[in-house]
Design a protein. Structure first.
Length: 764
């Protein structure tokens, strides 16, 4: 134990020390060993996964990049700016069209299913054969959900909502296959079948992932899977450019899902994009606008009233007309925020435990599929139980007509419909709208309570099974049901005052969603845009803020929990204050594998085969020699894929060569993003004796002094989107290397009133 501020965590042998201060301590996982710059760890939960590579969001300051800029001139920069707008337009249009396709398919499959089951139900009510529609319903749902499950076995990257994966990508982590065409196909078809299969899932979350994939694909103008390349957008084949387009795609997805273009921009800002600037905001806003406009135009045509642009999003919450609120209701809204925070935290905790259980025990393909089928069947059984326990809850059909929602008569007299069956039998979106707008007295308190508990448990169980699924709508539905319950309670307590239960359902929905996801600004705007009512904006903001604060007291937001579970080296917005006691020396890797500015081919080849690192500092070899190979003056950094390209293209020289043929940026872009491995390189003995001049290709990257504190290093990584940060001493000699994994290893843990820093290991 030490109180010395600059005490390194690594001793000479590379083992980590435990660092303790008055307020904090670091617990080290002893299940690992470090040897030099290689790390081997036993597997365990407290690990950062080494299999995630980072993305390179740093500006390219290499000589060949400057040469290209000079050659193409100012005209080219303007052309690129125009092309960016064109790509944003295409992203908006394509995302809007995919959203229409999903909606169209879900509506028709659901219609087919419900009309089939309802016909059977109507016949069997008189013929006493109720088990037939019941079994038919189960069979249809199970087969739909089976398709969704099989699609995820085909492409696992499409599992869940995809939001955590997109968030990681935008943070700078290369999540495998997250932007692949296969993932898009599996995501889109998967969500159609899981929603139509009656699961407690929504299609809005997957739209965000779909938008991101569409953006990633369009912006590259090529597909490695389909093997075509239009060559038009080749200048955007860098992680940095692609990241901006993916942010726009995520925003366009939100815009199409909720009809909320501003909400989309804010979602990208709050949840997604880790790096933002003013121009990017305009681009993203444009893509979101186009997306919702495209959806609106096409939906109006499909619905038979072309030109009447009244369907801006997949979900239509319906308008809240003349629903004011009074000052004395504000404490109730705060209380609802607290409830949402508590229920949200409970939901996250239960889902976390279930996911851990799943990781351990439900991981074989056939078991995963059985779980999916079981969830589908259980959902139907529970729906049936709910319907039959509330079979006398009937309301006149005319009250439902203006909601444009299908009604189910079941055991009710003619001219009336069964309220619970109408919620259970329709899509979750329709159910939310019903809860928001049905008049007072439509639902009995006990039925709502039962529905809320059941749906809470079902949603918790469903999120994580191998289907493509969104959590927005189920969360809104849970919240809308308990929110409406609060409204009914208020009405019963104060019969002389009119408490609109629909309004309370809206606040409950907002609160529950905020409690689970811990978003505030974007959710507030999404809900305001989706309900079209600015009057209720303030209460929505209040419940969202209170729900977030309350939820944060207990645990992290839903997506952050899932990111941590996958051991992703995710960098949060800011480093913890306690880390200011640590310096670069404490976290860097040393000794560093580095290369000379003019390096022997054999050496490069040997290093690339022996080491898995993706970045190597380039040092001045004269300085290196005088310093007895201990260190060299830092010149720049070169990436693994660049070295492989140089070797593959045989860009070699002999030591006395003066005239050189440099590779161009196009040579390096060729293989982006799937760069070949070193195993694809075969060299002759003569070639190995030659040299590579790395100077034109190396990036003049940022460095940091070995005295710098961790928060400073952290903000450099976050602010500049770094992949590697070279640590230098006072003589500008390379003494260490820091990557995002070195920073993501430190995590705050709050337990029983104590706050501590935990140091995680890096697994292979
Ligand atoms: P990335 O995974 O981000 O693409 P990388 O593979 O180069 O980058 P990491 O996997 O993040 O590096 O790093 C694993 C460990 O290796 C880290 O502790 C890091 O500091 C260390 N490391 C990275 N590059 C070097 C290097 N050139 N020499 C020595 N250690 C290095």
């Amino acid at each position: 134990m030490t109180e010395d501020e600059n005490q390194p965590l690594l001793d000479e042998s590379g083992r980590h020390h435990t660092y303790t201060s008055l307020n904090a301590y670091i617990t080290t996982n002893d299940n690992h060993e470090r040897t030099g710059s290689h790390t081997t760890f036993a597997t365990g939960e407290k690990l950062i996964s080494g299999r995630y590579e980072s993305l390179d969001y740093e500006c390219d300051e290499s000589e060949i990049s400057h040469m290209e800029e000079k050659r193409l001139g100012h005209q080219h920069t303007r052309r690129l700016a125009v092309l960016k707008w064109v790509i944003m337009l295409l992203i908006g249009i394509c995302t809007g069209l995919v959203a229409v396709f999903v909606d169209f398919a879900v509506k028709n499959l659901t219609k087919f299913k419900f009309s089939y089951v309802q016909n059977r139900l109507d016949t069997c009510l008189s013929e006493h054969c109720l088990f037939t529609p019941y079994l038919t319903w189960i069979a249809i749902n199970m087969s739909f959900v089976l398709v969704s499950g099989l699609l995820i076995l085909w492409e696992p990257a499409a599992r869940g909502s995809g939001i955590p994966q997109v968030k990681c990508y935008l943070n700078g982590v290369a999540v495998p296959h997250v932007l692949s065409l296969k993932a898009l196909i599996a995501k889109v078809l998967g969500v159609i079948f899981s929603v139509s299969g009656g699961l407690a899932v929504g299609k809005e979350g997957p739209m965000i992932h779909s938008g991101s994939i569409i953006a990633g694909g369009i912006s590259q103008g090529k597909s490695s899977t389909l093997k075509f390349d239009f060559h038009i957008f080749k200048h955007f084949r860098t992680d940095k450019h692609k990241r901006d387009f993916v942010s726009a795609g995520a925003a366009a997805g939100v815009a199409a899902a909720f009809g909320a273009p501003v909400g989309g921009v804010l979602f990208a800002l709050e949840e997604g994009a880790s790096f933002f600037n003013q121009q990017l905001t305009w681009f993203i806003f444009f893509a979101s606008m186009v997306s919702t406009f495209t959806l609106n135009v096409v939906m109006s045509a499909i619905d038979g009233h072309f030109g009447d642009l009244s369907s801006p999003g997949l979900i239509n919450f319906g308008l809240f007309k003349d629903v004011p609120y009074m000052w004395f209701e504000l404490p109730i809204f705060i209380l609802m925020g607290v409830m949402g925070g508590v229920f949200g935290a409970l939901f996250n905790e239960l889902n976390l435990r279930l996911t851990k259980f799943r990781h351990h025990y439900i991981n074989r393909h056939w078991v995963l599929i059985i779980e999916v089928l079981l969830v589908a069947a259980t959902t139907v059984v529970i729906a049936f139980v709910l319907i039959f326990t509330t079979m006398n809850e009937c309301r006149p059909i005319k009250t439902q007509v203006e909601l444009n929602s299908p009604t189910i008569q079941l055991f009710c007299p003619d001219g009336q419909y069964n309220t619970m069956a109408t919620i259970v039998f329709s899509t979750p979106e329709n159910a939310v709208r019903n809860l928001f707008h049905s008049e007072i007295g439509t639902y009995k308190a006990w039925s709502l309570l039962a529905f809320c508990i059941v749906y809470f448990c079902l949603t918790c169980w469903t999120y994580g099974i191998i289907v493509s699924s969104g959590l927005f709508i189920p969360s809104l539905l849970i919240g809308a049901s308990w929110g409406r319950l609060v409204g009914i309670g208020m009405h019963n307590l104060f019969p002389s005052i009119y408490f609109n239960p629909g309004k309370y359902a809206l606040f409950g929905a907002a609160s529950q969603l905020g409690g689970i996801m811990r978003m505030t600004i974007s959710l507030a705007v999404i809900l305001i845009e989706a309900t079209g009512d600015i009057v209720l904006g303030l209460p929505i903001m209040i419940v969202l803020t209170v729900a977030k604060l309350t939820g944060d007291y207990f645990n992290e937001g839903f997506f952050d929990i899932h990111i941590a579970l996958q051991s992703v080296p995710f960098l949060p917005w800011q480093s913890e204050v306690f880390l200011s006691r640590l310096s670069a020396l404490s976290v860097m890797s040393a000794p560093v594998t580095k290369l000379k500015t003019v390096e022997k081919v054999e050496t490069i080849f040997r290093i690339l085969r022996a080491e898995s690192h993706h970045g190597f500092p380039v040092v001045d070899h004269h300085a290196d020699e005088t310093n007895n190979e201990r260190a060299g003056t830092f010149q720049g950094i070169i990436l693994r894929h660049q070295l492989i390209t140089i070797l593959r293209k045989r860009n070699f020289i002999s030591l006395n060569d003066s005239l050189r043929d440099y590779l161009t940026l196009d040579d390096f872009r060729e293989s982006y993003p799937r760069h070949p491995s070193i195993e694809s390189v075969h060299l002759t003995d003569e070639e190995r004796e030659l040299y590579c001049d790395l100077r034109p290709y190396m990036n003049l990257a940022y460095t940091v002094s070995h005295h710098s504190t961790l928060p400073r290093i952290f903000s450099m990584f976050r602010g500049l989107g770094l992949r590697h940060l070279v640590v230098v001493n006072d003589k500008n000699e390379v003494v260490g290397m820091i990557t995002r994994k070195d920073l993501a290893r430190f995590r705050m843990i709050h337990k029983k009133g104590h706050t501590s820093i935990e140091e995680l290991g890096i697994s292979n």
